[in-house]
Every structure is written in structure tokens, then in C-alpha cells.
Design a protein around this ligand. Structure first.
Ligand SMILES: [Zn+2]
Ligand SMILES: [Zn+2]
Length: 342
């Protein structure tokens, strides 16, 4: 099979490697849509990597035994190789599993854990079936396109009563605009990048703002009750973390979805006790909510076509990474089996 690889700084390649082999309840999936996430940061930094990607939709093509999936099933590939046995896994919070399976020890040739590839290998319980009327690329948005903010929105019970702030309008934040608008919330979006603010507007954000300046005052004014009701940070930027905490009204909720290694300072008394706010860390969604997320996907096809700004065949992966570096894109879908047009 073919797969994407980073071989040097700003140099991607497509390499041929052995096909993964089905074993026990691990099925081989032919990847039909591989959404691109943060891999471009490694491409820009020159971090050599031959196992790229964690988001995929595809078709089961081989199983080693009777299991939860069969050849021909169209599936969303859930991230991670969680154990499937601990309380977190059984409760649907598999993303937080502390006993991940040892992929290399289990597999015959070590291949099959990357999604920017033509084939991959996954335990059957991490493959969720896609309803037949849902197009491949839209189903693939049940990974990081819509998933992280869907999880946060479920935890915060966002509804039509809420003004929802979203900071950071990369693909995850733009997915948050789609989720928030679908729930009926009034969405206010903040990002420094004009292309992304414009796309948030097209996705139904009620107001879009640039960070800095009088952004905080503007947000407090836009919120009906001295602040917004709920906020989701998708930027991973400590200044945006602060903006969310400061812009949310007393008794509101803030979810942190975007990751970073920098520290954000919080004053427990001023920020939390006196304000009575709830801070949530949210990485992904509970597996039991998969059908609700799929129902969202079925309901908003025009929004999803805007959320997917570009599609590239696998062999043009470097072009796709270069585009991601400009910020002038939303979600990009890599198509491992499509040939580039000449
Ligand atoms: Zn587990
Ligand atoms: Zn992702």
C-alpha cells in the first residue's frame, strides 16, 4: 500500500510499504477519506515521521474472524488503540484510556496505524458503522472536524438559550461553529485570521471578532447577561484561554479543546469561586454519542461542504500541508485512492 511520510523539513513523500494484515478482532480498513489535522506542524518543523494521521473513514476489506464488522461495512475509524476493557473504555471515554494496546507488539509488520495511507488496521470496537446515505467525506468529520467541539457541547448542554463563544477558528473551531449553530446557540467567533473569520461567518456565526483591542468588552456587550453563557477554546493559546474565562458570565461554562504546552494562569478565587464558573477539559466525544453526531452530520450537508474547504489526492500531500501553513483553509480531506489530475 501507499502512505504519506515526512522525510525532511517541508518535504513530504508517498512511500510503498507492506499491507497491514487482519488478526483476531482487528480488521483491515481501506481508507476512503483521511481528514488532515495538525501533521503540517511536523512537516514545517522537519520532524521525520512515517506514521501520520489519526482521522479516517473507510470500508472494511478484511477480517480474520467473525467480529463486530464485516467486509463491505463503511466505518468511521475512531482514534487511539485504547484497551477496550477498562472502565473508561466501557463507559465510552476510551480517549482517556491509560492502557493503550501495543500496536507494534500485536501486529505482523508494524504497518497500519497511520490514516494518511491506503489501508489501516483497527480493533473492531473502534470502528463505527456509517449510515448508507452519508457521503464518505462527511462521515469522516465524525473525527476531529466535528468531534472535539461536539463532546464539549454535549458536556455543557449548549442550546438555543445560549450565546456561545468560540476562540480559534482552525478546522476544529469552525466545526464548533457548525455544532453550535445546529444546536440553536448564538455563536460568536474569534480569530486573528481574516480567511477563517469569513468562513465562520459563512457557517452561521452571528458575530466574528479579532482578538486583542477591545475584544473582551465587545464580547461582554454581545452577551446578554454581562458575558457569554458558554465558551469553547479551540486555539490552545493562553491569551484565548483568558479571554474565554473573562468573557463568560457568572455561572457560565468554559471548555478547553485546543491543546498547548504553555501554562495559563487562573486565580481560583476571582475566576472560579466568585464567578461560579465551570472549567472543562474536553478532548473528544463519548462513544455513546456517535449516533447523535451522525444525526448532526445528516442534518447539515451544506455546512459540511463549507467546513471541507479542500480535497487532495494522497500524492499531493505536500501541497496540502503547504496550504495548511497559510491558514487559508478549513478542513482538508486527503483521498488515498484518488489519482491526481494532470
Ligand atoms: Zn481502556
Ligand atoms: Zn485530528
Amino acid at each position: 500500500m501507499l502512505k504519506a511520510s515526512i522525510i525532511a523539513k517541508k518535504q513530504g513523500a508517498v512511500v510503498e510499504v507492506p499491507d497491514p494484515i487482519a488478526k483476531e478482532n482487528w480488521a483491515v480498513v481501506k481508507i476512503l477519506a483521511a481528514p488532515m489535522c495538525t501533521e503540517y506542524k511536523a512537516y514545517l518543523a522537519g520532524q521525520v515521521n512515517a506514521f501520520l494521521g489519526h482521522e479516517a473513514m473507510g470500508e472494511v476489506v478484511d477480517v480474520a474472524q467473525a467480529c463486530r464488522v464485516a467486509p463491505g461495512d463503511r466505518v468511521v475509524v475512531m482514534p487511539s488503540y485504547a484497551c477496550g476493557r477498562c472502565d473508561l473504555c466501557i463507559g465510552g471515554e476510551y480517549i482517556h484510556c491509560e492502557d493503550s494496546l501495543d500496536f507494534n507488539a500485536f501486529t505482523n509488520n508494524g504497518e497500519g496505524r497511520a490514516t494518511m495511507a491506503q489501508l489501516m488496521l483497527k480493533p473492531d470496537w473502534l470502528l463505527r458503522k456509517v449510515p448508507k446515505d452519508v457521503p464518505d467525506d462527511y462521515a469522516a468529520l465524525a473525527c476531529c472536524g466535528l468531534g472535539p467541539t461536539f463532546g464539549a457541547i454535549q458536556r455543557m448542554a449548549v442550546s438555543g438559550y445560549d450565546t456561545l463563544l468560540i476562540t480559534g477558528l482552525g478546522p476544529v473551531g469552525l466545526g464548533g461553529v457548525v455544532n453550535g449553530v445546529y444546536r440553536g446557540a448564538r455563536v460568536i467567533a474569534v480569530d486573528a485570521h481574516p480567511w477563517r473569520r469569513q468562513r465562520a461567518r459563512e457557517l452561521g456565526a452571528d458575530a466574528v471578532l479579532e482578538p486583542g483591542g477591545n475584544c473582551l468588552e465587545a464580547l461582554r456587550d454581545l452577551g446578554k447577561d454581562r458575558g457569554v453563557d458558554k465558551a469553547i477554546d479551540c486555539s490552545g493559546n493562553p491569551q484565548a484561554h483568558r479571554l474565554c474565562i473573562d468573557a463568560v458570565r457568572r455561572g457560565g461554562d468554559v471548555a478547553f479543546v485546543g491543546e498547548c504546552s504553555d501554562e495559563t494562569s487562573i486565580c481560583i478565587s476571582r475566576d472560579m469561586i466568585r464567578k461560579g464558573i465551570r472549567l472543562i477539559g474536553s478532548w473528544h466525544y463519548n462513544m455513546a454519542d456517535f449516533s447523535r453526531l451522525m444525526a448532526t452530520i445528516c442534518a447539515v450537508p451544506e455546512q459540511l461542504e463549507r467546513l471541507i474547504s479542500h480535497r487532495f489526492p494522497l500524492e499531493k500531500v505536500s501541497e496540502a500541508w503547504d496550504l495548511q501553513a497559510t491558514g487559508e483553509c478549513a478542513k482538508i480531506i486527503l483521498k488515498p485512492w484518488e489519482k491526481a489530475r494532470v
